[in-house]
Design a protein around this ligand. Structure first.
Ligand code: MTE
Length: 299
């Protein structure tokens, strides 16, 4: 990951200090009229969300290029309908599911989460989604399954970053089963009350808010229940820089930069850095998952 913790060319845009009113109004209307989303989840932060503009123009999605502006520029090409997801491995109901069959019965709600990238920037995002635990219950996890592995779609014709990249596609990520079953872990299908923008991982992506953003894999086409810790993209590229767990941890620096603080996108070029909080502030809910583990080793 050619990660720079400081300014990149994508930062040299006028800082958006204002809320994007149009997006907020549209989002509120969509929430009340069109979707079963429910405001006020106890899992949501009360911090003010970043603007729709911030969230959809400053992205990491290497299938579309390495620049933060590339996903917004190129991801529109990706056809996300029809969409199907393969479910396999140690599961009672394997198969190839259409997106609507996959998510049928899962209650969609809004979750406003902190999102902290390993590059030391962060945002507040109002996602719509459902708990992965509900989907896993529906799929029927078999005894012996200890991890969930995810893969992103690979479509070289629609994804200009695929060719000439160092990454061995598909983009792969994974969680331990107890992490996957945690109520904070969601499959997100939208943000700001709108269907998920392509650059943010349409039509369905993972969100694990206490981990660095690279765990939150986009445009998922495969979910596998497996016994062994799965191979994951960044961990394979540089295991000493990107651990499998990737829990946000200000006490464990990236070998090339500090993780003690972060830059909140949208704060403006001259805004100060803010302190990074262990587990991205979700420690009360998730620290017990790691009892007995040395998180300086299992980073
Ligand atoms: N998923 C895929 N398929 N490809 C990617 O390059 N980048 C990851 C993650 N999911 C990535 C991905 C990284 S490094 C981050 S920080 C987040 O997506 C960024 O999500 P956002 O663009 O919605 O903020």
């Amino acid at each position: 990951m050619s990660y720079l913790p400081e300014y990149t060319p994508a930062d040299v845009t006028p800082p958006q200090m204002f809320l994007n009113r149009r997006a907020l109004i549209a989002g509120a209307a969509a929430l009340t009229v069109a979707s079963p989303a429910r405001a006020g989840s106890p899992y949501s932060t009360d911090e003010v969300p970043n603007t729709f503009e911030d969230i959809t123009t400053y992205n990491n999605y290497y299938e579309f290029g390495y620049d933060k502006a590339d996903p917004a520029a190129y991801a529109g090409k990706l056809k996300t309908d029809p969409w199907s997801v393969v479910v396999d491995g140690l599961v009672d109901n394997p198969g190839t599911y259409s997106l609507s069959d996959l998510i049928a019965g899962q209650p969609i709600e809004e979750r406003i989460y902190r999102f902290r990238c390993v590059e030391a920037w962060s945002m507040i995002v109002p996602w719509q989604g459902f708990q992965l635990s509900g989907l896993l219950q529906k799929l029927g996890v078999q005894a012996g399954a200890k991890y969930v592995a995810f893969e992103t779609i690979v479509r070289p014709d629609e994804m200009p970053g695929i060719s000439g990249s160092m990454i061995d596609w598909p983009y792969r990520e994974g969680l331990r089963l107890d992490e996957a079953m945690h109520p904070l872990t969601i499959m997100a299908t939208g943000l700001y009350g709108k269907p998920m923008p392509n650059q943010n991982g349409a039509p369905i992506r993972l969100i694990v808010p206490w981990k660095y953003g690279f765990k939150s894999v986009k445009a998922i086409v495969r979910i596998s229940l497996v016994a062994e810790q799965p191979v994951t993209t960044w961990n394979t590229l540089a295991a000493n820089e990107y651990g499998f767990y990737a829990n946000v941890n200000p006490e464990v620096d990236h070998p090339r930069w500090s993780q003690a603080s972060e830059r909140r996108i949208g704060g403006g070029l001259f805004a100060g850095r803010i302190d990074t909080v262990k587990f991205n502030g979700y420690g009360d809910q998730v620290a017990s998952l790691y009892t007995g583990q040395d998180l300086t080793k299992d980073y």
